[in-house]
Design a binder for this molecule. Structure first.
Ligand SMILES: Cc1cc2nc3c(=O)[nH]c(=O)nc-3n(C[C@H](O)[C@H](O)[C@H](O)COP(=O)(O)OP(=O)(O)OC[C@H]3O[C@@H](n4cnc5c(N)ncnc54)[C@H](O)[C@@H]3O)c2cc1C
Length: 281
């Protein structure tokens, strides 16, 4: 197995192109490390992107927040720009795994893993985020996160690199609710990210609800969002939206950790809870 540590994005893109399709990107390594230990034939070339300075920036341009692909969950949880302009993302990042894990797990790895219960993916879906993807032939192009996520995978071609994530800053009320059995060691069973603003006439507008652990990929809960928009924020409205999320949007699955039926129940409970919390913020 060959191992490279490029210092520039262009250098990484040349390596990924030259060694495709056997090259794998290494970021925090919390998922790739165990995968390669159990099956070393899963890659013939490793391109470690952690030492590329351009990929670890967090910048604000107007109201657009851009986050480099190797920014860690801990940095997201603590960074003042993220806390102020994307509090939902900061909250989800603070809930990810244990402190040691948060210090190495990257935002790019979270999205590229395509894990159904990835915390940052859910928070970013509810934040209208875009993925910035580059290859050796073209500079960053934007892919809406919804189109980027695939079950246990992503929409990039071999030889491509996720260089960052961009999202509009938002101070709308937001909350992240999740259910897990062992906080430090396991992914959420189900997590729900919500964000909404109030309009001048006191009704809800621009509602965003994203579910993790409720379908083969994290997803936006379109029926639940429709049940909120244009209605006054109230326990009755929140219960109707939570029902829509559980009964129509969720496509829950059964695995060794929980049944589909239990996951559906969690979607209802957590959506209702997150909406009530978001209203108070
Ligand atoms: C004990 C434990 C607990 C965990 N708990 C949680 C949890 O609570 N919540 C949660 O969401 N996740 C959890 N995870 C999963 C994981 O740690 C996170 O999803 C993390 O963010 C993955 O990032 P990474 O940098 O470690 O990815 P890596 O392992 O480095 O990479 C993961 C995959 O993405 C690809 N990749 C990474 N970066 C890029 C890029 N920029 N461009 C192209 N491809 C890329 C890699 O090639 C690999 O296929 C847990 C994992 C463990 C082992």
């Amino acid at each position: 197995m060959q191992y490279y540590e490029p210092n520039f994005v262009d250098e990484a893109l040349v390596l990924l192109d030259r060694f495709a399709p056997g090259a794998r990107v290494l970021a925090g390594g919390t998922l790739l490390g165990p995968q390669l230990r159990s099956d070393p034939r899963g890659a013939d070339t490793i391109v470690n992107i952690k030492r590329i300075p351009d990929l670890s920036d967090v910048t604000l341009d107007g109201d657009r927040l851009t986050i480099g692909a190797v920014v860690t969950a801990r940095e997201l949880a603590e960074h003042q720009l993220v806390r102020r302009h994307a509090p939902l993302l900061a909250e989800a990042a603070a809930s990810l795994g244990a402190r040691q894990l948060r210090s190495v797990a990257t935002i790019g790895g979270n999205l590229c893993s395509g894990h159904p219960a990835a915390d940052l993916s859910a928070a970013l879906l509810a934040s209208d985020a875009f993925c910035l993807v580059s290859n050796i032939h073209e500079g960053p192009r934007e892919i809406a996160l919804e189109a980027f996520l695939r079950p246990r995978s992503h929409a990039m071609e071999s030889g491509e690199l996720l260089t960052g994530i961009a999202l509009p800053g938002s101070t709308a009320g937001a909350a992240y609710a999740k259910m897990q059995t062992r906080r430090a060691f396991e992914m959420a069973l189900v997590a729900v990210a919500v964000r909404f603003a109030g309009s001048q006439d006191g009704t809800i507008e621009d509602a965003r609800i994203a579910l993790a652990g409720a379908a083969p990929t994290p997803l936006r809960a379109a029926r639940a969002e429709a049940a909120l928009n244009g209605r006054p924020p109230s326990p009755k409205t929140f219960a109707a939206a939570a029902r829509a999320a559980a009964e129509h949007d969720a496509k829950p699955y059964t695995d060794r950790r929980a049944s589909a039926e239990y996951r559906r129940h969690l979607v209802f409970v957590l959506t209702e809870r997150a909406l009530a919390e978001a209203q108070l913020r």
